[in-house]
Design a protein around this ligand. Structure first.
Ligand code: SF4
Length: 500
Protein backbone atom coordinates (compact mmCIF):
# COMPACT_ATOMS: atom_id res chain seq x y z
CA UNK A 1 0.00 0.00 0.00
CA UNK A 2 1.00 3.58 -0.42
CA UNK A 3 2.73 4.78 2.69
CA UNK A 4 0.75 7.99 2.89
CA UNK A 5 -2.78 8.27 4.19
CA UNK A 6 -4.26 11.73 3.64
CA UNK A 7 -7.35 13.29 5.19
CA UNK A 8 -8.98 13.12 1.71
CA UNK A 9 -8.45 9.38 1.54
CA UNK A 10 -9.79 8.87 5.06
CA UNK A 11 -12.88 10.85 4.10
CA UNK A 12 -13.35 8.74 0.99
CA UNK A 13 -13.04 5.62 3.12
CA UNK A 14 -15.76 6.96 5.40
CA UNK A 15 -18.02 7.50 2.37
CA UNK A 16 -17.17 4.21 0.65
CA UNK A 17 -14.49 1.67 1.58
CA UNK A 18 -14.30 0.50 -2.00
CA UNK A 19 -13.65 4.00 -3.27
CA UNK A 20 -10.66 4.50 -0.98
CA UNK A 21 -9.34 1.13 -2.11
CA UNK A 22 -9.79 1.98 -5.81
CA UNK A 23 -8.07 5.34 -5.37
CA UNK A 24 -4.91 3.41 -4.48
CA UNK A 25 -5.15 0.08 -6.26
CA UNK A 26 -7.79 0.68 -8.97
CA UNK A 27 -7.07 0.85 -12.69
CA UNK A 28 -7.14 4.60 -13.46
CA UNK A 29 -8.51 3.85 -16.95
CA UNK A 30 -11.76 2.71 -15.24
CA UNK A 31 -12.18 6.10 -13.67
CA UNK A 32 -14.40 8.60 -15.49
CA UNK A 33 -13.75 12.29 -15.90
CA UNK A 34 -15.38 14.25 -13.05
CA UNK A 35 -18.89 15.37 -13.93
CA UNK A 36 -19.39 19.07 -14.62
CA UNK A 37 -21.57 19.31 -11.54
CA UNK A 38 -18.80 17.88 -9.37
CA UNK A 39 -16.36 20.41 -10.81
CA UNK A 40 -18.84 23.19 -10.08
CA UNK A 41 -19.23 21.96 -6.49
CA UNK A 42 -15.46 21.98 -6.12
CA UNK A 43 -15.24 25.51 -7.51
CA UNK A 44 -18.05 26.74 -5.25
CA UNK A 45 -16.39 25.06 -2.29
CA UNK A 46 -13.04 26.73 -3.02
CA UNK A 47 -14.70 30.12 -3.43
CA UNK A 48 -16.51 29.64 -0.12
CA UNK A 49 -13.24 28.73 1.64
CA UNK A 50 -11.46 31.71 0.18
CA UNK A 51 -14.26 34.08 1.22
CA UNK A 52 -14.10 32.80 4.81
CA UNK A 53 -10.30 32.93 4.93
CA UNK A 54 -10.26 36.47 3.58
CA UNK A 55 -12.34 37.74 6.49
CA UNK A 56 -9.07 38.19 8.42
CA UNK A 57 -5.38 38.25 7.43
CA UNK A 58 -3.81 34.81 7.07
CA UNK A 59 -0.58 33.35 5.79
CA UNK A 60 -0.33 30.35 3.53
CA UNK A 61 2.77 28.11 3.46
CA UNK A 62 4.43 27.93 0.08
CA UNK A 63 5.16 24.42 -1.24
CA UNK A 64 4.90 22.38 -4.46
CA UNK A 65 1.50 20.77 -5.07
CA UNK A 66 1.03 17.63 -2.92
CA UNK A 67 4.64 17.66 -1.72
CA UNK A 68 3.59 16.88 1.85
CA UNK A 69 7.07 16.94 3.38
CA UNK A 70 7.80 20.38 1.94
CA UNK A 71 4.31 21.55 2.96
CA UNK A 72 4.88 20.34 6.49
CA UNK A 73 8.26 22.09 6.75
CA UNK A 74 6.79 25.37 5.50
CA UNK A 75 3.84 25.08 7.92
CA UNK A 76 6.16 24.22 10.80
CA UNK A 77 8.15 27.39 10.14
CA UNK A 78 5.03 29.54 10.26
CA UNK A 79 3.92 27.86 13.49
CA UNK A 80 7.33 28.36 15.00
CA UNK A 81 7.27 32.06 14.07
CA UNK A 82 3.94 32.37 15.90
CA UNK A 83 1.89 33.33 12.80
CA UNK A 84 -1.63 34.27 13.97
CA UNK A 85 -3.62 32.48 11.23
CA UNK A 86 -2.16 29.84 8.92
CA UNK A 87 -4.29 28.79 5.95
CA UNK A 88 -4.02 25.47 4.06
CA UNK A 89 -1.09 24.28 6.15
CA UNK A 90 0.12 20.67 6.19
CA UNK A 91 0.32 18.51 9.31
CA UNK A 92 2.15 15.24 9.17
CA UNK A 93 2.80 12.38 11.61
CA UNK A 94 4.14 8.82 11.39
CA UNK A 95 2.38 5.76 12.80
CA UNK A 96 4.32 3.09 14.72
CA UNK A 97 4.08 0.93 11.56
CA UNK A 98 5.76 3.63 9.49
CA UNK A 99 2.78 5.01 7.63
CA UNK A 100 2.60 8.75 7.12
CA UNK A 101 -0.62 10.48 8.09
CA UNK A 102 -1.27 13.83 6.42
CA UNK A 103 -3.96 16.45 6.79
CA UNK A 104 -4.42 19.99 5.58
CA UNK A 105 -6.66 21.97 7.92
CA UNK A 106 -8.15 25.04 6.24
CA UNK A 107 -7.04 27.24 9.10
CA UNK A 108 -4.79 27.01 12.14
CA UNK A 109 -5.49 29.75 14.65
CA UNK A 110 -2.99 30.74 17.33
CA UNK A 111 -4.11 30.59 20.98
CA UNK A 112 -2.35 31.51 24.24
CA UNK A 113 -0.96 28.46 26.12
CA UNK A 114 2.10 26.16 26.19
CA UNK A 115 3.30 24.05 23.29
CA UNK A 116 6.56 22.97 21.70
CA UNK A 117 6.66 26.41 20.03
CA UNK A 118 6.51 28.51 23.21
CA UNK A 119 3.62 30.38 24.83
CA UNK A 120 1.16 29.55 22.15
CA UNK A 121 -0.49 26.63 20.42
CA UNK A 122 -2.90 26.19 17.52
CA UNK A 123 -6.46 24.96 17.05
CA UNK A 124 -7.77 23.68 13.70
CA UNK A 125 -10.73 24.93 11.67
CA UNK A 126 -12.31 23.06 8.78
CA UNK A 127 -14.34 25.08 6.25
CA UNK A 128 -17.05 23.31 4.25
CA UNK A 129 -19.83 24.42 1.96
CA UNK A 130 -22.34 21.96 3.46
CA UNK A 131 -25.24 23.23 5.53
CA UNK A 132 -25.12 20.68 8.35
CA UNK A 133 -22.18 19.56 10.53
CA UNK A 134 -22.05 16.06 9.04
CA UNK A 135 -20.21 13.27 10.90
CA UNK A 136 -17.61 13.15 8.13
CA UNK A 137 -16.68 16.80 8.75
CA UNK A 138 -16.35 16.13 12.48
CA UNK A 139 -14.16 13.10 11.79
CA UNK A 140 -11.98 15.24 9.58
CA UNK A 141 -11.69 17.90 12.30
CA UNK A 142 -10.79 15.16 14.80
CA UNK A 143 -8.12 13.80 12.45
CA UNK A 144 -6.54 17.25 12.11
CA UNK A 145 -6.75 17.71 15.89
CA UNK A 146 -4.88 14.46 16.50
CA UNK A 147 -2.10 15.29 14.04
CA UNK A 148 -1.86 18.81 15.44
CA UNK A 149 -1.46 17.33 18.94
CA UNK A 150 1.46 15.23 17.68
CA UNK A 151 3.08 18.19 15.93
CA UNK A 152 2.78 20.80 18.70
CA UNK A 153 3.00 18.24 21.56
CA UNK A 154 -0.16 19.47 23.19
CA UNK A 155 -3.83 18.73 22.51
CA UNK A 156 -5.72 21.62 20.96
CA UNK A 157 -8.48 22.74 23.30
CA UNK A 158 -11.04 22.92 20.50
CA UNK A 159 -11.71 22.19 16.85
CA UNK A 160 -14.10 24.20 14.71
CA UNK A 161 -16.22 23.76 11.64
CA UNK A 162 -17.33 26.71 9.54
CA UNK A 163 -20.16 25.78 7.21
CA UNK A 164 -22.32 27.56 4.67
CA UNK A 165 -24.03 29.75 7.23
CA UNK A 166 -20.58 30.76 8.50
CA UNK A 167 -21.41 30.38 12.16
CA UNK A 168 -18.54 28.39 13.80
CA UNK A 169 -19.59 25.00 15.10
CA UNK A 170 -17.52 23.41 17.89
CA UNK A 171 -16.67 19.72 17.52
CA UNK A 172 -17.06 17.54 20.61
CA UNK A 173 -13.60 15.97 20.64
CA UNK A 174 -14.43 13.52 23.46
CA UNK A 175 -16.80 11.82 21.03
CA UNK A 176 -15.11 12.34 17.69
CA UNK A 177 -11.47 11.55 18.51
CA UNK A 178 -12.26 7.92 19.52
CA UNK A 179 -14.63 7.58 16.53
CA UNK A 180 -11.91 8.87 14.18
CA UNK A 181 -9.29 6.55 15.70
CA UNK A 182 -11.54 3.57 15.11
CA UNK A 183 -12.14 4.67 11.49
CA UNK A 184 -8.43 5.22 10.96
CA UNK A 185 -7.57 1.74 12.25
CA UNK A 186 -10.13 0.13 9.94
CA UNK A 187 -8.98 2.19 6.98
CA UNK A 188 -5.30 1.30 7.47
CA UNK A 189 -6.21 -2.37 7.85
CA UNK A 190 -8.38 -2.48 4.73
CA UNK A 191 -5.77 -0.78 2.62
CA UNK A 192 -3.00 -2.99 3.96
CA UNK A 193 -4.87 -6.22 3.29
CA UNK A 194 -5.33 -5.19 -0.36
CA UNK A 195 -8.68 -6.98 -0.50
CA UNK A 196 -11.04 -5.24 -2.91
CA UNK A 197 -14.20 -4.30 -0.95
CA UNK A 198 -17.46 -5.52 -2.45
CA UNK A 199 -19.47 -3.26 -4.76
CA UNK A 200 -22.52 -1.70 -3.18
CA UNK A 201 -24.40 0.74 -5.39
CA UNK A 202 -26.27 3.44 -3.59
CA UNK A 203 -27.72 6.44 -5.36
CA UNK A 204 -26.68 8.84 -2.66
CA UNK A 205 -23.02 7.91 -2.35
CA UNK A 206 -22.34 6.72 -5.90
CA UNK A 207 -24.07 9.54 -7.81
CA UNK A 208 -21.00 11.71 -8.39
CA UNK A 209 -18.34 9.03 -7.99
CA UNK A 210 -15.84 8.73 -10.82
CA UNK A 211 -15.80 4.93 -10.45
CA UNK A 212 -19.55 4.65 -10.98
CA UNK A 213 -19.57 3.12 -14.48
CA UNK A 214 -17.08 0.42 -13.58
CA UNK A 215 -18.76 -0.37 -10.23
CA UNK A 216 -22.21 -0.38 -11.81
CA UNK A 217 -21.08 -2.75 -14.56
CA UNK A 218 -19.71 -5.13 -11.92
CA UNK A 219 -22.91 -4.90 -9.87
CA UNK A 220 -24.97 -5.59 -13.01
CA UNK A 221 -22.88 -8.61 -13.96
CA UNK A 222 -23.23 -9.97 -10.41
CA UNK A 223 -26.97 -9.07 -10.30
CA UNK A 224 -25.99 -7.52 -6.98
CA UNK A 225 -28.75 -6.99 -4.45
CA UNK A 226 -27.80 -3.34 -4.00
CA UNK A 227 -29.46 -2.76 -7.40
CA UNK A 228 -32.78 -3.77 -5.87
CA UNK A 229 -34.64 -0.68 -4.59
CA UNK A 230 -35.11 -0.88 -0.84
CA UNK A 231 -31.90 -2.84 -0.14
CA UNK A 232 -29.80 -0.61 2.11
CA UNK A 233 -26.36 -1.70 3.41
CA UNK A 234 -27.90 -2.74 6.73
CA UNK A 235 -30.74 -4.66 5.11
CA UNK A 236 -28.24 -6.29 2.78
CA UNK A 237 -26.40 -7.74 5.76
CA UNK A 238 -29.71 -8.96 7.23
CA UNK A 239 -30.57 -10.68 3.94
CA UNK A 240 -27.16 -12.36 3.80
CA UNK A 241 -27.62 -13.57 7.38
CA UNK A 242 -30.77 -15.36 6.17
CA UNK A 243 -28.88 -16.89 3.25
CA UNK A 244 -30.78 -14.71 0.73
CA UNK A 245 -28.15 -13.77 -1.82
CA UNK A 246 -30.13 -13.47 -5.05
CA UNK A 247 -33.16 -11.56 -6.31
CA UNK A 248 -34.86 -14.88 -7.13
CA UNK A 249 -34.32 -16.17 -3.60
CA UNK A 250 -35.98 -13.07 -2.13
CA UNK A 251 -38.81 -13.24 -4.66
CA UNK A 252 -39.76 -16.72 -3.55
CA UNK A 253 -39.15 -16.37 0.16
CA UNK A 254 -41.96 -16.31 2.71
CA UNK A 255 -42.52 -12.84 4.07
CA UNK A 256 -42.65 -14.30 7.56
CA UNK A 257 -39.02 -15.40 7.11
CA UNK A 258 -37.96 -11.84 6.37
CA UNK A 259 -39.98 -10.52 9.29
CA UNK A 260 -37.39 -11.94 11.67
CA UNK A 261 -35.04 -9.15 10.56
CA UNK A 262 -37.24 -6.55 8.81
CA UNK A 263 -40.52 -4.86 9.60
CA UNK A 264 -43.61 -6.37 8.03
CA UNK A 265 -44.08 -3.49 5.62
CA UNK A 266 -40.46 -3.47 4.45
CA UNK A 267 -40.41 -7.25 4.10
CA UNK A 268 -43.57 -7.16 2.02
CA UNK A 269 -42.27 -4.34 -0.20
CA UNK A 270 -38.94 -6.10 -0.69
CA UNK A 271 -40.52 -9.38 -1.77
CA UNK A 272 -42.78 -7.56 -4.23
CA UNK A 273 -39.80 -5.62 -5.56
CA UNK A 274 -37.82 -8.85 -6.03
CA UNK A 275 -40.79 -10.45 -7.80
CA UNK A 276 -41.17 -7.48 -10.17
CA UNK A 277 -37.43 -7.56 -10.93
CA UNK A 278 -37.16 -11.35 -11.29
CA UNK A 279 -40.20 -11.49 -13.58
CA UNK A 280 -39.39 -8.20 -15.32
CA UNK A 281 -42.94 -6.94 -15.01
CA UNK A 282 -44.98 -4.31 -13.21
CA UNK A 283 -46.96 -5.48 -10.20
CA UNK A 284 -49.87 -3.68 -8.57
CA UNK A 285 -48.67 -2.97 -5.07
CA UNK A 286 -50.35 -4.87 -2.22
CA UNK A 287 -49.90 -3.19 1.10
CA UNK A 288 -49.87 -5.48 4.14
CA UNK A 289 -49.40 -8.34 1.75
CA UNK A 290 -48.00 -10.59 4.48
CA UNK A 291 -51.07 -10.05 6.62
CA UNK A 292 -53.18 -11.18 3.71
CA UNK A 293 -50.96 -14.21 3.15
CA UNK A 294 -51.01 -15.11 6.82
CA UNK A 295 -54.78 -14.98 6.91
CA UNK A 296 -54.90 -17.43 4.02
CA UNK A 297 -52.36 -19.75 5.61
CA UNK A 298 -53.87 -19.66 9.08
CA UNK A 299 -57.43 -20.04 7.97
CA UNK A 300 -56.75 -22.69 5.37
CA UNK A 301 -60.11 -22.03 3.75
CA UNK A 302 -60.65 -20.71 0.24
CA UNK A 303 -63.92 -19.03 1.21
CA UNK A 304 -62.38 -16.99 3.98
CA UNK A 305 -62.18 -13.27 3.24
CA UNK A 306 -59.81 -11.16 5.28
CA UNK A 307 -61.57 -8.25 7.00
CA UNK A 308 -60.24 -5.66 4.59
CA UNK A 309 -58.24 -6.52 1.52
CA UNK A 310 -55.76 -3.68 1.04
CA UNK A 311 -56.24 -2.08 -2.34
CA UNK A 312 -53.91 0.60 -3.68
CA UNK A 313 -55.60 3.89 -4.37
CA UNK A 314 -55.77 3.90 -8.14
CA UNK A 315 -58.63 6.40 -8.30
CA UNK A 316 -56.57 9.45 -7.43
CA UNK A 317 -55.13 9.74 -10.93
CA UNK A 318 -57.66 11.72 -12.95
CA UNK A 319 -57.82 11.91 -16.71
CA UNK A 320 -59.02 15.32 -17.85
CA UNK A 321 -59.69 16.97 -21.18
CA UNK A 322 -56.86 19.40 -20.46
CA UNK A 323 -53.88 18.31 -18.38
CA UNK A 324 -50.77 20.26 -17.44
CA UNK A 325 -47.35 18.69 -16.88
CA UNK A 326 -44.96 20.81 -14.88
CA UNK A 327 -41.23 20.67 -14.22
CA UNK A 328 -38.74 23.18 -12.78
CA UNK A 329 -35.04 23.75 -13.39
CA UNK A 330 -33.33 25.41 -10.44
CA UNK A 331 -29.94 26.83 -9.47
CA UNK A 332 -29.67 25.95 -5.76
CA UNK A 333 -26.59 28.07 -5.03
CA UNK A 334 -28.50 31.15 -6.29
CA UNK A 335 -31.75 29.99 -4.64
CA UNK A 336 -33.29 30.47 -8.05
CA UNK A 337 -36.01 28.64 -10.00
CA UNK A 338 -35.07 29.84 -13.44
CA UNK A 339 -37.18 27.64 -15.72
CA UNK A 340 -40.82 26.82 -15.11
CA UNK A 341 -41.74 24.38 -17.88
CA UNK A 342 -45.39 23.56 -18.57
CA UNK A 343 -46.64 21.07 -21.15
CA UNK A 344 -50.33 21.68 -21.93
CA UNK A 345 -52.05 18.54 -23.24
CA UNK A 346 -55.48 19.14 -24.81
CA UNK A 347 -57.10 15.84 -25.59
CA UNK A 348 -60.07 17.11 -27.64
CA UNK A 349 -57.80 18.88 -30.11
CA UNK A 350 -54.95 16.36 -29.81
CA UNK A 351 -52.50 19.17 -29.18
CA UNK A 352 -49.50 19.31 -26.90
CA UNK A 353 -47.93 22.72 -26.35
CA UNK A 354 -44.83 23.31 -24.30
CA UNK A 355 -44.30 26.67 -22.52
CA UNK A 356 -40.72 27.18 -21.29
CA UNK A 357 -40.99 30.15 -18.91
CA UNK A 358 -37.34 31.00 -18.66
CA UNK A 359 -35.54 33.62 -16.56
CA UNK A 360 -32.57 34.49 -18.75
CA UNK A 361 -31.25 36.51 -15.83
CA UNK A 362 -31.87 35.74 -12.12
CA UNK A 363 -33.74 39.04 -11.79
CA UNK A 364 -36.43 37.73 -14.16
CA UNK A 365 -37.66 35.09 -11.72
CA UNK A 366 -40.54 37.33 -10.55
CA UNK A 367 -41.70 37.84 -14.12
CA UNK A 368 -41.72 34.13 -15.05
CA UNK A 369 -43.61 33.45 -11.83
CA UNK A 370 -46.34 35.89 -12.92
CA UNK A 371 -46.46 34.36 -16.39
CA UNK A 372 -46.72 30.91 -14.84
CA UNK A 373 -49.71 31.99 -12.71
CA UNK A 374 -51.42 33.49 -15.75
CA UNK A 375 -50.83 30.33 -17.79
CA UNK A 376 -52.10 27.84 -15.22
CA UNK A 377 -55.20 29.95 -14.56
CA UNK A 378 -56.08 29.85 -18.24
CA UNK A 379 -57.02 26.23 -17.48
CA UNK A 380 -58.64 26.48 -14.04
CA UNK A 381 -59.90 22.88 -14.02
CA UNK A 382 -56.79 21.20 -15.38
CA UNK A 383 -54.89 18.91 -13.02
CA UNK A 384 -51.19 19.74 -12.81
CA UNK A 385 -48.99 16.65 -12.85
CA UNK A 386 -45.40 16.78 -11.63
CA UNK A 387 -42.76 14.28 -10.50
CA UNK A 388 -41.64 14.31 -6.83
CA UNK A 389 -41.94 17.00 -4.21
CA UNK A 390 -39.68 19.74 -5.47
CA UNK A 391 -42.27 21.53 -7.64
CA UNK A 392 -44.71 22.01 -4.75
CA UNK A 393 -41.96 23.21 -2.42
CA UNK A 394 -40.66 25.62 -5.05
CA UNK A 395 -44.14 26.97 -5.67
CA UNK A 396 -44.61 27.72 -1.98
CA UNK A 397 -41.25 29.47 -1.92
CA UNK A 398 -42.09 31.57 -4.99
CA UNK A 399 -45.53 32.48 -3.63
CA UNK A 400 -43.98 33.64 -0.37
CA UNK A 401 -41.17 35.52 -2.05
CA UNK A 402 -43.45 37.37 -4.49
CA UNK A 403 -46.37 37.85 -2.09
CA UNK A 404 -48.90 35.80 -4.03
CA UNK A 405 -52.12 35.74 -1.98
CA UNK A 406 -52.98 32.38 -0.42
CA UNK A 407 -56.48 32.65 -1.86
CA UNK A 408 -54.80 32.16 -5.25
CA UNK A 409 -52.30 29.56 -4.07
CA UNK A 410 -54.54 27.17 -2.17
CA UNK A 411 -56.77 26.25 -5.13
CA UNK A 412 -53.69 26.05 -7.32
CA UNK A 413 -51.86 23.67 -5.01
CA UNK A 414 -54.96 21.50 -4.72
CA UNK A 415 -54.65 20.79 -8.45
CA UNK A 416 -51.14 19.34 -8.09
CA UNK A 417 -50.72 15.58 -8.43
CA UNK A 418 -47.39 13.95 -7.71
CA UNK A 419 -46.93 11.12 -10.23
CA UNK A 420 -43.90 9.81 -8.34
CA UNK A 421 -45.95 9.42 -5.17
CA UNK A 422 -48.69 7.75 -7.17
CA UNK A 423 -46.20 5.22 -8.58
CA UNK A 424 -44.72 4.57 -5.14
CA UNK A 425 -48.14 3.99 -3.62
CA UNK A 426 -49.55 1.73 -6.26
CA UNK A 427 -47.04 -0.14 -8.39
CA UNK A 428 -43.76 -2.04 -8.16
CA UNK A 429 -41.56 -1.95 -11.24
CA UNK A 430 -38.41 -3.79 -12.30
CA UNK A 431 -36.17 -0.73 -12.04
CA UNK A 432 -33.02 0.06 -10.10
CA UNK A 433 -34.51 3.22 -8.65
CA UNK A 434 -37.77 5.11 -8.86
CA UNK A 435 -36.26 8.19 -10.46
CA UNK A 436 -38.06 9.70 -13.44
CA UNK A 437 -35.18 8.64 -15.68
CA UNK A 438 -35.31 5.00 -14.65
CA UNK A 439 -39.09 4.76 -14.72
CA UNK A 440 -39.61 6.48 -18.06
CA UNK A 441 -36.73 4.61 -19.69
CA UNK A 442 -38.20 1.31 -18.57
CA UNK A 443 -41.35 2.36 -20.41
CA UNK A 444 -39.32 3.08 -23.54
CA UNK A 445 -39.16 6.88 -23.27
CA UNK A 446 -35.86 8.52 -24.22
CA UNK A 447 -34.55 12.02 -23.61
CA UNK A 448 -33.37 13.71 -26.78
CA UNK A 449 -30.00 14.69 -25.33
CA UNK A 450 -28.41 11.63 -23.76
CA UNK A 451 -26.02 12.39 -20.95
CA UNK A 452 -27.82 15.56 -19.81
CA UNK A 453 -29.34 15.56 -16.35
CA UNK A 454 -30.66 18.04 -13.82
CA UNK A 455 -27.26 18.60 -12.21
CA UNK A 456 -25.72 19.24 -15.58
CA UNK A 457 -28.39 21.85 -16.31
CA UNK A 458 -27.30 23.70 -13.16
CA UNK A 459 -23.81 23.93 -14.69
CA UNK A 460 -25.15 24.88 -18.12
CA UNK A 461 -27.18 27.73 -16.64
CA UNK A 462 -24.11 29.02 -14.77
CA UNK A 463 -22.15 28.87 -18.03
CA UNK A 464 -24.95 30.74 -19.81
CA UNK A 465 -24.76 33.52 -17.21
CA UNK A 466 -21.00 33.72 -17.72
CA UNK A 467 -20.81 33.40 -21.50
CA UNK A 468 -24.19 34.42 -22.93
CA UNK A 469 -24.07 31.34 -25.19
CA UNK A 470 -27.71 30.78 -26.20
CA UNK A 471 -27.18 27.18 -27.30
CA UNK A 472 -26.79 26.31 -23.60
CA UNK A 473 -30.26 27.65 -22.87
CA UNK A 474 -31.63 25.58 -25.73
CA UNK A 475 -30.20 22.37 -24.22
CA UNK A 476 -31.78 23.21 -20.85
CA UNK A 477 -35.11 24.02 -22.48
CA UNK A 478 -35.12 20.72 -24.39
CA UNK A 479 -34.20 18.78 -21.27
CA UNK A 480 -36.98 20.41 -19.29
CA UNK A 481 -39.52 19.71 -22.03
CA UNK A 482 -38.43 16.06 -22.10
CA UNK A 483 -38.87 15.84 -18.33
CA UNK A 484 -42.45 17.11 -18.74
CA UNK A 485 -43.05 14.65 -21.57
CA UNK A 486 -41.55 11.78 -19.56
CA UNK A 487 -43.95 12.62 -16.71
CA UNK A 488 -46.82 12.63 -19.22
CA UNK A 489 -45.68 9.28 -20.62
CA UNK A 490 -45.48 7.78 -17.15
CA UNK A 491 -48.88 9.10 -16.15
CA UNK A 492 -50.46 7.70 -19.32
CA UNK A 493 -48.87 4.33 -18.72
CA UNK A 494 -50.05 4.32 -15.12
CA UNK A 495 -53.63 5.11 -16.12
CA UNK A 496 -53.57 2.31 -18.74
CA UNK A 497 -52.02 -0.10 -16.25
CA UNK A 498 -54.79 0.55 -13.74
CA UNK A 499 -57.37 -0.19 -16.43
CA UNK A 500 -55.87 -3.63 -17.21
S1 SF4 B 1 -19.37 3.89 -7.43
FE1 SF4 B 1 -20.17 3.63 -5.39
S2 SF4 B 1 -19.39 1.62 -4.76
FE2 SF4 B 1 -18.14 2.28 -6.46
S3 SF4 B 1 -16.42 3.30 -5.56
FE3 SF4 B 1 -17.91 4.86 -6.04
S4 SF4 B 1 -19.08 5.15 -4.18
FE4 SF4 B 1 -17.99 3.20 -3.97
Amino acid sequence: MTNVLTDELLLEYKRCRRRAFLEIYGDPSHQEQPQDFLLKLRRDSLAHKQAILDIAPHQQPNYPYRDWEAGFQATWQLMQQGTERISQGVLLAKTAEGQTLVCSPDLLVKQPGRSIFGDWFYVPTIIKLGKRPKPEYKLLAAFCTQLLAVVQRVWPTAAWLILRRQHPHGVNLDIWIPAMQQLLRECLETLQQQQEPEVFISRQKCGLCQWYSSCHAIAKSQRHLSLLPGVTPRRYQELLSLGLTTVEAIATTQITTLESVLSQEIASDLVQQAQATAQNRAILRHHNYSTLQNFQVLNGSEEYQPPSTPVPDINSLPTADVELYFDIEAEPSLKLDYLLGVLVVERHTHTETFYPLLAEQPTAEASIWQRFLELVWLYPDAPIFHFARYEVEALKRLAKLYHTPSVLMQPLLSRFIDVHQQVMNTVTLPVESYSLKNLARWLGFEWRDRGINGSQCVCLYSQWLETGNRSLLEIIRRYNEDDCRATYHLKQWLADFYRC
